[in-house]
Design a protein around this ligand. Structure first.
Ligand code: MG
Length: 286
């Protein structure tokens, strides 16, 4: 069994961190992850600079990356303008994010769900790049509570033929049976999990059991959620790789290289990260 891990640290991770890193440091992070043989990296975000200052200078980041064959570089776009910038920067894949609930769409992306769906449709129509659509708050919403799986299934169904669908537990509220059921029902190939309530890794295994083949994670567990300021972020890439490889699931990722990357990041950010394995080390020690 083999899965694809997408390291979303350089985008989803850093975007939710308080500090804004220099573009050279962000490019260095991407290069360290590709050297660790991550098959996919979400490298940058093409949204308005005023909306997300942490992601300013995405073109510069992408231009300074050393492209590694075998790594697919994706970026986030929320509208056609973002798609155009992303395509001009010559990334390999578009990640479009769509909220499952109206309130989250308005608060997080400043547009109604209907407008967001229409934007997704236009990008799907014109994109020459493969498109991933991440359905955020697919399990729970900070404003609307539990999300009806039927609503998510309907969204996913409308996109499945043209996009790779990723179900996101944006605020980390899901538990394994919910993940198993929604992945089974939607046939979504991907999940994006947060470890906010310490269920992220159990959820990852449940998603794989249900047939998912793509897992988002971030080195060191970088990231968070603006609606849960004290909470942890994405599941950590190195913790996920350690778990999966020992469970007989191939990732192709160089675990020691990811651990070294998180240790480096700890120095860059000047604080301990959320992940466990970069502190404990692998086992048996290499
Ligand atoms: Mg995330």
């Amino acid at each position: 069994m083999r899965v694809t891990i997408c390291d979303v640290g350089p985008r989803d991770g850093l975007q939710n961190e308080p500090e804004t890193l220099a573009t050279a440091v962000r490019a260095a992070l991407v290069d360290r992850l590709s050297a660790a043989r991550l098959p996919r990296i979400e490298a940058a975000s093409f949204v308005r600079r005023e909306a997300v200052p942490q992601m300013a200078g995405s073109e510069e980041v992408v231009a300074s990356i050393k492209r590694r064959p075998g790594t697919e570089y994706s970026g986030l776009a929320l509208n056609e303008r973002g798609y155009e910038r992303l395509a001009a920067a010559r990334l390999d894949r578009v990640n479009f994010s769509l909220a499952a609930t109206e309130s989250f769409s308005r608060r997080n992306a400043n547009q109604s769900r209907e407008v967001a769906v229409a934007a997704a449709e236009r990008i799907l129509e014109r994109s020459e790049l493969p498109v991933t659509v991440t359905i955020s708050v697919a399990f729970g919403c900070p404003f609307e509570g539990r999300v009806d799986p039927g609503v998510v299934a309907e969204l996913a169904e409308g996109l499945a033929a043209r996009a790779e669908v990723v179900l996101a537990d944006t605020i980390g509220v899901a538990t394994p049976s919910q993940v198993r059921e929604l992945v089974t029902r939607t046939h979504a190939p991907g999940v994006h999990l947060h470890n906010t309530r310490n269920t992220g890794y159990a959820n990852a295994l449940a998603a794989l059991e249900a047939g998912a083949t793509l897992l988002d994670a971030s080195c060191g567990g970088l990231g968070g959620c603006p609606y849960a300021p004290r909470a942890t972020g994405n599941i950590a890439t190195e913790d996920l790789v350690y778990l999966l490889e020992n469970e007989g699931v191939e990732t192709g990722v160089d675990l020691d290289a990811v651990i070294a990357t998180s240790a480096w990041l700890e120095g860059v950010l000047g604080r301990r990260l959320e992940g466990y394995v970069y502190r404990a080390g692998s086992f048996p020690p290499g």
